[in-house]
Design a binder for this molecule. Structure first.
Ligand code: KPL
Length: 322
């Protein structure tokens, strides 16, 4: 299977390294030229427990492909393009290049956290070719060329807008999704197909909207979040407001979300959430696409979210000014 992964952050590097190890013909596109140079020189290193393996993955920077229009890349003709950049990097220019890279038959699999990206992507890429992936795999980028697999999780994938896909394109899509599911499983990711991606996206969003901002503001690893009554109260308040807005948007939420949040905190106890990593390194966070996007949704339906509102403002205040 021919794959191009666009985005060499922690999830992009993890997925690329494990798919390469499973025999996929995979290439990687980085945001910076410097990372591409390092990866081509030394290979992509994957740390899993005590083991470290290095994978040769042809890599180019987005800038290189965009400005040189190199045919080797534009004619790669992939079965899949995996889009693993964060939402803050989803520019129209990047999406136009992704569309060119997909060629005639490639499908796009989008791994972004939060909500709001499907609409943006659909303005540049035919929506019938777009699938979503939600993953609870844990990964940490240790350097420009090294990623650690820090937690084993589950990945779901399925069509972004099932209603948009016609009968014929739907069966083509299903075949491609089945092959991708098999490839991901061969690579060691527990992967399932789903035709309920909106629900899955929202349920992950609800979990992220509680764990990510609180761990970032309190500067604690996930496992320490439910350790005190006051923190648990805050977590519950965020969750309750989140469930109200999800249901207001017509999404059926899972029954045991509170238990699931506690389970994620315990299974990823030693991990620092992605938002804490961003805040610690002085980067812009994903708060606008997680709690911020939920606040936008809540405004549409007149649902009050005072706790989310405050938490959102606090995380924004911790971000660098643009
Ligand atoms: O998805 C995560 C993230 O850090 O973004 C959680 C589930 C909180 C695990 O760290």
């Amino acid at each position: 299977m021919r794959i191009i992964c666009v985005g060499a952050g922690s999830i992009g590097m993890l997925v690329t390294a494990k798919l390469a190890a499973a025999g996929a013909d995979i290439a990687l596109i980085t945001r910076t030229e410097q990372q591409a140079v390092h990866l081509n020189a030394s290979g992509l290193a994957l740390v899993e427990g005590e083991n470290e393996s290095v994978h040769d993955v042809p890599t180019a920077s987005f800038e290189y492909i965009d400005t040189r229009g190199d045919r080797r890349w534009l004619d790669f003709d992939p079965d899949w393009v995996l889009l693993t950049v964060k939402q803050k990097h989803l520019t129209e220019r990047l999406l136009a290049t992704v569309n060119r890279l997909m060629g005639k038959r490639g499908r796009l699999l989008c791994f972004q956290n939060g909500i709001g990206h499907v609409e943006k992507i659909a303005s540049c890429v035919p929506i019938a070719s777009v699938d979503l992936a939600v993953t609870t795999e844990g990964a940490r980028k240790q350097s420009a060329v090294k990623v650690a697999h820090t937690g084993w999780g589950t990945t779901w994938l399925g069509t972004a807008e099932p209603a948009q896909a016609g009968q014929i394109s739907q069966s083509v899509a299903e075949k491609a999704q089945k092959l991708m599911e098999n490839m991901m499983n061969e690579a060691g990711f527990r992967t399932h197909l789903s035709n309920q991606m909106k629900e899955i996206v929202w349920n992950k969003l609800l979990i992220n909207s509680v764990i990510n901002p609180l761990t970032a503001l309190l500067r604690i690893p996930n496992g320490e979040l439910p350790a005190t009554d006051r923190r648990r109260t805050l977590m519950r308040e965020l969750l309750m407001e989140g469930i109200a807005v999800a249901e207001g948007s017509g999404v059926t939420t899972r029954d045991h979300l509170w238990e699931q949040i506690l389970d994620v905190c315990s299974k990823t106890a030693g991990n620092t959430s992605s938002m804490l990593q961003d805040v610690s390194e002085g980067r812009r966070t994903e708060i606008d696409w997680i709690n911020g996007a939920m606040l936008d949704e809540a405004r549409k339906y007149g649902i009050p979210m005072p706790v989310h509102e405050t938490i959102y403002k606090l995380v924004k205040a911790a971000e660098p000014e643009e």
